[in-house]
Design a protein around this ligand. Structure first.
Ligand SMILES: Nc1ncnc2c1ncn2[C@@H]1O[C@H](COP(=O)(O)OP(=O)(O)OP(=O)(O)O)[C@@H](O)[C@H]1O
Length: 369
């Protein structure tokens, strides 16, 4: 593993009655989400990465640069990080522009072509019309967008976000999420994103660190962990697998896109799509049904050949099956959650080749922006 493109951490410590023993390695590209139940230690790990929390037994290296290891400990102000908290914490006496430029190196990040210059950050976060406003005249979602912009303009090498949407109402959350997605798509900056909302993670994350009671249960690509029946995600009511697809065709007359993934092609409604562009789809286990034969007259647009790779009892009288798309099930994996009654009626078993049906409207959970 080349340490120059990874974040590696290992933190051990005791906080009152809480024991933290968390270690993981994740790439320094894309968004890594820290996910787990309340109190499992996500914020503590983030604070350790930031240098806000110093443990006697800790290690943190970013792109091969050791921030904490042995006796060496780089203090928070010397770490090239941006930090976004649940509350935006804007300065009330400054305008949006003043807040954005606060902490920006040299206060003149206006050069054209700058990878995270002022104009680009303002455009990416849709702040153009708000620049002269005072924070008290902004909505909650707008305030949080300014806080994110301020963090970006400090030119960090790593952006740490601690549940940045959790203090917002659902409508404001839906307003800000597409902006975060846009940052993810446009900037090469890695994010570490703490959340206990799987919906946010499905839309934003590329990698996942799954935490439980101070420990890391698993770390890896989001889709792999979602589809691993040995992990608790697969047996959740809202279990789903996120797939990154390439648009292979788009029919504007129907607003329908063909989305190619490894081993298959999904059909999904999209307002607009560019052929060759990347889109993310989320296949919820509860939206997948199984058939021995390819159904003919059906409104369901997605009928994909699959193989059952494994089957695990979930809730009482339910089965969660891992399905591999394409010939011999060698392509992307998705999950199907079916009743034990259906499973037995169709005499299903591991290794069976059959058809998965998924309604196209169920595939796109992302907001329309
Ligand atoms: N300085 C501290 N002193 C004592 N206990 C602490 C300290 N810091 C954290 N803890 C405890 O460590 C545990 C983990 O807290 P942490 O905030 O990291 O969890 P979390 O997963 O981020 O939770 P949430 O999702 O609710 O924000 C909690 O039980 C918390 O009370």
């Amino acid at each position: 593993m080349n340490p120059s493109s990874f974040i590696s951490v290992a933190f051990r410590g005791v906080f009152g009655g809480f024991v933290l023993d968390a270690a993981f390695t994740t790439p320094t590209h894309g968004v890594t989400a820290l996910f787990g139940p309340s109190g499992c230690g996500k914020t503590t790990v983030l604070r350790c990465i930031a240098g806000l929390q110093r443990l006697a037994d800790g290690y943190c290296a970013v792109n091969g640069d050791v921030w904490h290891g042995g006796r060496s400990f780089r203090p928070v102000h010397q770490r090239p990080i941006g930090y976004v908290f649940q509350e935006p914490g804007l300065f009330p006496h400054l305008t949006v522009t003043g807040n954005l430029l606060y902490g920006a190196p040299g206060r003149s990040p206006l050069r054209p072509g700058d990878p995270a210059g002022f104009d680009e950050v303002v455009a990416l976060l849709g702040l153009e019309k708000l620049l002269d406003r005072a924070p008290r005249k902004l909505s909650g979602g707008e305030r949080q967008r300014v806080a994110i912009g301020r963090a970006l303009l400090s030119r960090p090498q790593l952006l740490l976000m601690d549940e940045p949407l959790s203090a917002l109402d659902p409508q404001a959350r839906d307003e800000v999420l597409p902006f975060l997605r846009r940052l993810h798509d446009s900037l090469s900056l890695p994010f570490i994103y703490v959340s206990h909302d799987m919906r946010e993670i499905e839309q934003l994350a590329d990698h996942l660190v799954l935490m439980r009671a101070g420990r890391v249960l698993a770390a890896g690509p989001l889709g792999e962990l979602q589809g691993d029946p040995a992990l608790p995600l697969a047996s959740r009511r809202d279990a789903a697998v996120t797939l990154d697809a390439v648009v292979s065709a788009y029919d504007p007359a129907y607003g329908i896109a063909m989305l190619a993934v490894d081993g298959g092609c999904f059909t999904a409604p999209m307002r607009r799509s560019v052929v060759g562009g990347r889109r993310r789809i989320t296949v919820a286990a509860g939206d997948v049904s199984l058939a021995r034969e390819a159904p003919r007259a059906t409104t369901v647009l997605n009928t994909l050949p699959v193989r059952i790779l494994s089957a695990t009892p979930a809730a009482e009288h339910e089965i969660v099956a891992v399905l591999g798309l394409g010939p011999a099930g060698a392509g992307s994996r998705i999950l199907a959650r079916v009743t034990r009654l259906s499973w037995e009626n169709l005499r299903l078993a591991e290794g069976n080749e059959l058809y998965a049906q998924i309604k196209s409207v169920a595939l796109v959970r992302e907001c329309a922006k």
